[in-house]
Design a protein around this ligand. Sequence first.
Ligand SMILES: Nc1ncnc2c1ncn2[C@@H]1O[C@H](COP(=O)(O)OP(=O)(O)OP(=O)(O)O)[C@@H](O)[C@H]1O
Length: 325
Amino acid sequence: MRRLARDSPSAMPRASNDTAIAIDRVHKRYGRTHALRGVSFDIRRGEYFGLLGPNGAGKSTLISIIAGLTHASEGSIAVLGHDVRSDFRAARRALGVVPQELVYDPFFPVRDLLRLQAGYYGCGRDYWPWINELLERLELTDKRDMSMRALSGGMKRRVLIAQALVHKPDVVILDEPTAGVDVELRRTLWRFTRDLNDAGHTIVLTTHYLEEAEELCDRIAILNHGELKVLEDKRALLDRHPYRFLSLQLTGDGGPLPAEVEALVEDRHEDTLELKLEQGRHYIADVMESIRDAGYRIADVRTREPHLEDIFVELTMDKPDGRAA
Ligand SMILES: Nc1ncnc2c1ncn2[C@@H]1O[C@H](COP(=O)(O)OP(=O)(O)OP(=O)(O)O)[C@@H](O)[C@H]1O
């Protein structure tokens, strides 16, 4: 697949201001629901940023405020220095938002829809080559004259992505772009967004597929219960978690495992045990010896480093006493 060249029409000049989105002490209340509780952070220009959190954490609310679809109860947000309320048009012009929901006009042919959308931003014929490039990159060229209602769900999602990009926005927000799409399309979208990022666009991704965030993002923010839980470089976040997983396939008719081994069990399925070991505290050799002492043979041993998913669960899982992690 063709890559977007740095000097392609999509390449954005770097501004002296390094902040793409500045979020300052934002609160949002819906009646008695306090959906955002004083969230502050910056998204830097040119980064691929992951905004994660469990259901109801406040991600969509934050994106809606950034996009000007709803207002913060308190606090402010600026996109490329433009306040999303007082300077709405300039802020919106700098943004391309790919929505989570499939909302579209069923009757328009795809290319006409994209040209019309570009027109809303005052982008005329000189943007048509860019629209053709989008159609090509999203593998929609042969669908360009079809009406939206005739397209499959995956194709519609591609059109929504193209629609968000018609005006070559500097900052692109992707809200669950791969929800319900097949593996091939997911890969196509990953490549495409990475190329956009290489060409200078800031990308903000929300996703429930944590391997997607792990693969693509430079920095990760995790929201939980309307608060910023973590904002960290992805590599540092993964490295900071000093544990690893040990998977053991057991044979033989052993008895109960010793309590200190039971305490490490994360998962068990059929004859395999998955244990979570903290570095410097639990030693693989000791654990294996205890298991052998309990009367088992160890037929296979595997280890793995933590994935983003493990860290996400640890940071967002509510404690049994009702406290948030
Ligand atoms: N329009 C609304 N009216 C009332 N409450 C709302 C509204 N939108 C969101 N909420 C509430 O605000 C909180 C945050 O919701 P939000 O949709 O922002 O979370 P989310 O992190 O995007 O979740 P998900 O991953 O499920 O999309 C939830 O408690 C939700 O019920």
